[in-house]
Design a protein around this ligand. Sequence first.
Ligand code: ASP
Length: 421
Amino acid sequence: MKKKASLTKKIMLGLFLGAIFGVILSNLPGGYLKDTVIINGLISVVGGIFINAIKMLVVPLVFVSIVCGASAIGDPKKLGRVGIKTLSFYLVTTGIAISLALIIGKIISPGIGLDLSSVIKKEPTIGAAKSLVDVILDMIPRNPVASLANGSMLQIIVFALLTGVSMAMIREKAQPVINIFNSLNEIMMKMVIIVMTVAPYGVFALITKTFATVGFEAMVPLLKYMVAVLLALVVHALLTYMGMLSVIGKLNPIQFFKNFAPAMGVAFSTASSSGTLPVTIETAEERCGVSKNIAAFTLPLGATINMDGTAIMQGVAVIFISQVYGIDLSLQALLTVILTATLASVGTAGVPGVGLITLSMVLQSIGLPIEGIALIIGIDRLLDMTRTVVNITGDTVCTILVSKSEGEFDKDIYYKKNKQL
Ligand code: ASP
């Protein structure tokens, strides 16, 4: 019990101290000691080790956990039911998220009266966003081994689901393999716990680096845009998610934050839903009381396709860029944004910065200049960190509600002071 609370505290302390240390560093004059030894040496090594260690776990964990989840849910009807509930939740909340972002963006109007010409330094090099047809076709792996090697999440999910469902269908004949997968799953979870012991140091290093390299001054001109994004993120988390938890789930939302804090800390420092996934799964199961079978399915799926925080940034960015370029948005354009940003959220990989790339697809859909991304690219990191927290919170709230509706939720764990992590 004590150990768990202390890890959360340590992660938060790492965040806090990292921010302070980073700001101090950014104000010191550059030089060999600061740049080479501290920032690009020590700090990069510690942060890099932590990031690599969690990335190392992602592919095997997703594969093993979905195979276990799908084979344990067994009944394809139940899997279908859970799938439909999960997808509906993901789509509806993403729609709400963008609408909120558009409204808050309009109210704050970050782009009006701002002269940003001094901020535009160079054109961003933005990769092409995929079309919807490509996104769908790309879900089916032609070579599952290559998908695993490349870490193509949607393909891995599809292959793992098929493997798990097939195992469930031939139940007895597959039993030895089911046992092996269950045992592999335990091993993966143990590995997560081991890696998490270095989390506070990793988080400290990552935050230090962000603050030391970005500094605060660069953020000032875009403060309004940032405030609008952050406000929409907070409103979505508090109104939509917490509202759903208390009204639909009849659960205390404050308790949710207490339980879920370690995963939020890791998401904030890594800015990667996929990277945080091992911790999200562990935290959801061990501290939020969701069923392992359901979490094994909904969380990897959510980390891949459900990005409400990203959609919020894109909604506000659309308003901001349209105002900066003096382009009025019609109602039809706004509706198009809701649609394309939902698709963009599906197509955004859970790694840092991809939301900006898929933003190009949203801008293009309503004829806004893609160069607008150059305006916000410099300050995106802090927003990326924050929206990633919202991204994984949405996945976990959905998992809790789906678990509850399937009668597979452990209230005692949710309200109990927790034992691990
Ligand atoms: N960093 C985000 C995530 O991993 C994705 C993005 O918006 O860039 O959830």
